[in-house]
Design a protein around this ligand. Structure first.
Ligand SMILES: NC(=O)c1ccc[n+]([C@@H]2O[C@H](COP(=O)([O-])OP(=O)(O)OC[C@H]3O[C@@H](n4cnc5c(N)ncnc54)[C@H](O)[C@@H]3O)[C@@H](O)[C@H]2O)c1
Length: 344
């Protein structure tokens, strides 16, 4: 069976996923494309073997030639499309965020629970990155004893002009929050946000450096350094400190050159380079599951929990206080009531 995917939002990552489905991965093809910019939808569809442009995202979801839906439009539009896909009974892959507010995520939880089955996968692709998986496997195997602390570093060379100060927390750090929950198998209980008194002269108007301190419900302490204007490259680091050792992500350089008494590697230029294999693996997993009529990977609950933690982080930043993150009761559809699923 070939899974027919309808795409809503043919922007940067939408087109990247379309290329992935069309050129790189077996088992699926793009059958419909919509974008608020209809000309963009038409030109993207024209370059594909079996896709038609449709006027709106809701037309994509309702179309008989669409088995499963890919939502890659702007964050505030995700709720409407995810709810419509659930109502249609179609599997949906929604790029992060699941939705931009706690309330919107809760409406999606309610709809999916009423549908009685998981239909939503959220695009937190770091869970599929081989290096993060190896990190988690080392902890699970007991290599460092029980984890006590986690250092997470998220550095971007630059961000686009529309990137507001809030986005360092609810867009950049969202990935760190999700991977922290995945690695440590615990929810975030409280958040503090510290920012340097000295502003980056490359963009003094915006907050481009922040440190989040996350207290996990299982007692592990986490710091997240986000530096989103650091010029030198896209650098993702992580180290878990345990009772008897530590385990960290390796360097992401493909080669190391040694000469003249020194050595030199490469830092990835951007997130597309760093996480290419993670995006491929998450899509392989989604295509396989959706073809069976199932969902997998980061769930609606995971999307909700991360949105709540980011909202909590924004409150902590504004007030300068330690703010507790409160989640509603976890429906049985999403597994263990306390621990975030360690799945797939
Ligand atoms: N997982 C990741 O690492 C990752 C990376 C990049 C982007 N994203 C997420 O993907 C989403 C899209 O990001 P992007 O960088 O591709 O943005 P983008 O602006 O390049 O593309 C978004 C596209 O959606 C279209 N669009 C907007 N509203 C729409 C609507 N109501 N219906 C149909 N189309 C609509 C826009 O015209 C645009 O073509 C965001 O939620 C972003 O956070 C995730």
């Amino acid at each position: 069976m070939v899974l027919n995917i309808g795409v809503i939002g043919a922007g940067l990552i939408g087109r990247d996923h379309i290329r992935r489905v069309t050129d790189d991965l077996p088992g699926a093809r793009v059958s419909a494309v919509a974008d608020v910019d209809l000309d963009r939808a038409k030109s993207v569809a024209a370059g594909l073997p079996a896709a038609k442009p449709l006027p709106t995202g809701l037309d994509v979801i309702a179309d008989d030639d669409v088995d499963a839906v890919l939502v890659t439009s702007w964050g505030p539009t995700h709720e409407e499309y995810v709810l419509a896909a659930i109502a249609e009974g179609k599997q949906v892959f929604c790029e992060k965020p699941l939705a931009t507010t706690r309330e919107a995520c809760e409406r999606i939880i309610d709809a999916e629970v009423a549908a009685g089955k998981r239909l939503v996968m959220v695009g937190y692709m770091r869970r599929y990155d081989p290096a993060y998986r190896a990190l988690k496997a080392a902890v699970t195997a007991g290599e460092i004893g029980a984890p006590l602390m986690f250092h997470s570093v998220h550095r971007n060379p630059a961000v686009p002009p529309h990137y507001s100060s809030n986005m360092i927390i609810n867009d950049t750090c969202a990935h760190d929050v999700d991977i922290t929950r995945f690695l440590l198998e615990s929810e975030v209980a409280a958040v503090r946000v510290l920012t340097p008194a000295r502003r980056n002269r490359r963009d003094p108007e915006h907050l481009t450096e922040a440190m989040l301190v996350l207290e996990m419900a299982n007692g592990v302490l986490v710091d997240v350094e986000a530096s989103i204007n650091i010029a030198y490259g896209y650098d993702i680091r992580g180290e878990i400190v345990g009772e008897t050792g530590t385990v960290s992500l390796g360097e992401a350089t493909p080669t190391v050159l040694r000469r003249d008494g020194g050595y030199r590697g490469q830092v990835p230029a951007n997130w597309q380079d760093r996480f290419r294999s993670a995006y491929d693996a998450e899509f392989r997993a989604w295509i396989a599951a959706a073809s069976r009529g199932e969902s997998t990977g980061p769930s609606t609950w995971d999307g909700y929990a991360t949105t709540v933690v980011c909202e909590t982080g924004l409150a902590a930043w504004r007030t300068g206080d330690r703010v507790e993150a409160s989640l509603r009761d976890k429906p049985g559809l999403y597994g263990d009531p306390v621990t975030p699923a360690s799945h797939e």
